[in-house]
Design a protein around this ligand. Structure first.
Ligand code: F6R
Length: 263
């Protein structure tokens, strides 16, 4: 696991964007991105957007698969992850909406929707680079603590801490859905590369458990220790509880080969 500690959240976003852009370029024009919602990847998406606008990155033939979607929100609800991905990924990155996929949390048959989603990822050739945030309880996607480390896309009940964390987007906590569809940990682990971003003190415990704790369902993100190509990009606050911090002191400046791919 490569851990990059940046001085600010903005720098973390830029370093993560550079890493994603590098993998996308290596994968070619039909690259497949795994995309997360939430606040963590927003600076990363801004970094990718800048590259698209400057003409150094072209995602017009690329595809994307979102990690998760709430169950029970009306179609078109602004809090749905379909709407969020459209606003933060599809439109700014000038992607073809037909190539951007989100699990169907409004499907009549949710189990079938999960199977169809797994099949669609497979049919696209698998995910080249999976972008992740991490929940304060260690979840990735909506794989809450106690999730099977081998899980595939399925229906999950949201943990109360996750509902509280996400209540900031809704009028009240009562409006936060109780269920979701989420890619499983096994699905995420199939991605060929992973870039996880975390900022702020509220993520410090989760980041320490992810990188230095035991591999455990109690911190679902810790399964990434079993993946061969993971980059974890954190700011100082999110890195504050890492025991081996000084060993991870790799900054953007020390990685000139990444800058080369920005050109
Ligand atoms: C989002 C997702 C979640 C978030 C996590 C962190 O699609 O799957 O795992 O990445 O809850 O959320 P933020 O970034 O809002 O702190």
């Amino acid at each position: 696991m490569e851990i990059v500690i940046c001085s600010t959240p903005e720098e973390a976003g830029e370093v993560a964007a550079a890493r994603v852009a590098q993998v996308v370029k290596e994968a070619g024009p039909r690259a497949v991105l795994g995309v997360a919602t939430g606040s963590s990847p927003l600076a990363l998406y801004e970094g990718l957007t800048r590259r698209v606008e400057e003409g150094t990155l072209d995602l017009s033939e690329a595809s994307a698969f979102a990690l998760d979607e709430y169950v029970g929100l009306p179609a078109g609800d602004p809090n749905s992850y379909a709407a969020t991905i459209d606003k933060t990924v599809t439109v700014p990155l000038k992607m073809n909406p037909a190539n951007v996929h989100v699990p169907d949390g409004a499907a009549e048959d949710l189990k079938q929707a999960c199977e169809d989603y797994e099949a669609a990822i497979k049919a696209a050739g698998g995910v080249d680079v999976q972008i992740l945030g991490i929940g304060s309880n260690g979840h990735i996607g909506f794989n809450e603590p106690s999730s099977s480390l081998a899980s595939r896309t399925r229906i999950k009940t949201l943990n109360e801490r996750t509902r509280e964390d996400n209540a900031r987007y809704f009028a009240s906590i009562d409006d936060v859905p109780r269920h979701c569809l989420t890619q499983g940990l096994g699905t995420i682990m199939d991605a060929r590369a992973v870039v996880l971003v975390a900022q702020g003190e509220g993520k410090a415990d989760a980041v320490a458990a992810l990188a230095e704790g035991p591999v455990s369902t109690m911190c679902p993100g810790s399964i990434l220790q079993m993946h061969r190509t993971v980059t974890v990009v954190v700011d100082e606050a999110a890195a504050s509880k890492l025991k081996l911090r000084e060993y991870y002191d790799v900054t953007y400046e020390h990685k000139p080969e990444w800058q080369e791919f920005d050109a």
